[in-house]
Design a protein around this ligand. Structure first.
Ligand code: HEM
Length: 393
């Protein structure tokens, strides 16, 4: 008998309730669809798993399926350090500083485009395009193409995949073909001695680290991962935060009267509505988990979202949304993971959320919900999929 069903729509709807039940009743919860796997929900256990990367490898991928190959979140050291060094420059404080004005301008322009409407779905109008365009610019992808491809994290978890290794994804999707074209163009420019744009594609194809460089397939692996990691997650953050503020008008007023609370509000949203419910690790040898013997190669999900609402760690108010929670305390959440795989895009996501949410609240007076938002149904991801709102024009 399974302790929980990840694919039950109620799990997506009432995630926090399920997490707190699992923490109490079955902290090492067993799921059996489509095969046996486990979920770790208590903060202390999530911390322990993330620390021990030699036992709990990332080499089988962050999803439920046993994936082969991959970059960053799909590899352990020493490969993992190599990967992080390759893209470090794109996430440096200097790069972020350079992007701040550009993000503010993008946000201004997007709002200009719909402010007169007076109502609409704020996810489609705003929370989806902002991170997609930002990541497209950072990577060097055409913005229109980025908006059309719009990859989601759904592919990370394969509900119907049987145990065993899954094959690599096909290399002839429109996204792959577009990227292949960009790579060919860049390589021609290099051959002709032309100057290349200063973006992540250029960094990746010209990188030479420890005498190694990347082939096209590897570059594409990085690009797709970064594209997904940097878009849907931040879309959820922006949407979730605006939703909770509208749900808590007293806290919305407090924020509007004291913008210094904005960083707290962003952290509290990340804690309370972790955009990524959790990601998987796989044991490299037989071990035991909460008294259960686990065979080698068992998938276990570290539930970041559950650790974020564990009363043992956060106290009795764990289940309340409260933007006045002390910043340094709130920042200890697990929404960006912990340890060696800690999210490289965290400063960028925070920056985008601060700029985006401030602009929305400044420019859409009387912002209010006009209906109940729908939840996304993407298992590993958590948050609103629609945000029906109206404002005064
Ligand atoms: C609110 C937004 C975001 C959330 C909630 C989020 C969440 C996460 C989480 C939980 C991990 C850890 C994975 C693990 O332990 O297996 C991670 C890793 C990562 N994220 Fe983010 N992310 C966000 C935004 C971004 C952005 C904007 C970018 C880039 C543009 C990005 C790039 C990365 C990278 C490169 C890693 C891999 C780090 C490694 O394996 O060493 N993320 N993210």
């Amino acid at each position: 008998m399974a302790d929980f069903d990840f694919f039950d729509p109620d799990f997506q709807k009432n995630t926090q309730r399920h997490f707190q039940r699992m923490q109490k009743e079955c902290p090492f919860a067993h799921a059996d669809k489509p095969f046996d796997w486990y979920a770790v929900t208590r903060e202390a256990d999530v911390a322990g798993l993330l620390k021990d990367w030699e036992l709990w490898t990332s080499n089988s991928g962050p999803g439920l399926a046993h994936a082969e190959g991959g970059v960053l979140v799909s590899v352990d050291p020493p490969e993992h350090l190599f990967d992080r060094r390759l893209i470090n420059k794109a996430f440096s404080p200097a790069q972020l500083l350079a992007m701040e004005d550009e993000i503010a301008e993008l946000v201004r322009n997007l709002i200009d485009g719909f402010v007169q409407k007076g109502e609409g779905d704020l996810m489609q109008l705003f929370a989806v395009p902002v991170p997609l365009i930002v990541i497209a610019r950072l990577l060097g992808i055409d913005e229109e193409v980025a908006l059309n491809i719009r990859p989601t994290a759904e592919g990370v978890i394969h509900p119907s995949t049987p145990p065993g290794k899954i094959p690599r994804p096909p290399m002839d999707t429109p996204g792959h073909l577009y990227l292949k074209g960009v790579l060919d163009e860049r390589r021609q420019k290099i051959a002709a001695g032309e100057t290349l744009p200063d973006d992540v594609i250029t960094s990746l194809i010209t990188a030479e680290l420890d005498g190694r460089s990347l082939n096209d397939e590897e570059v594409m692996g990085f690009m797709f991962f970064l594209f997904i990691a940097g878009s849907q997650t931040t879309t959820q953050l922006i949407g979730n935060l605006i939703y909770r503020l509208l749900e808590h008008p007293d806290q919305l007023d407090m924020l509007k009267n004291d913008w210094d609370l904005l960083p707290n509000a962003v952290e509290e949203s990340l804690r309370f509505d972790s955009p990524v419910n959790g990601l998987f690790r796989t044991n490299t040898r037989e071990t035991e988990l909460g008294g259960r013997a686990l065979q080698k190669d068992t998938k276990v999900i570290c539930m970041f979202g559950a650790a974020n609402v564990d009363p043992e760690f956060w106290g009795d108010t764990a289940g309340q949304f409260d933007i006045t929670r002390p910043y340094q305390q709130t920042k200890r959440h697990y929404a960006f993971g912990k340890g060696i795989h800690y999210c490289m895009g965290a400063p960028l996501a925070r920056l985008e959320a601060r700029i985006a949410v401030r602009a929305i609240l400044d420019r859409l007076p009387g912002l209010r919900l006009t209906g109940a938002p729908e939840e996304i149904a993407a298992h590993v991801m958590h948050g609103v999929d629609t945000l029906p709102v109206a404002w005064n024009t």
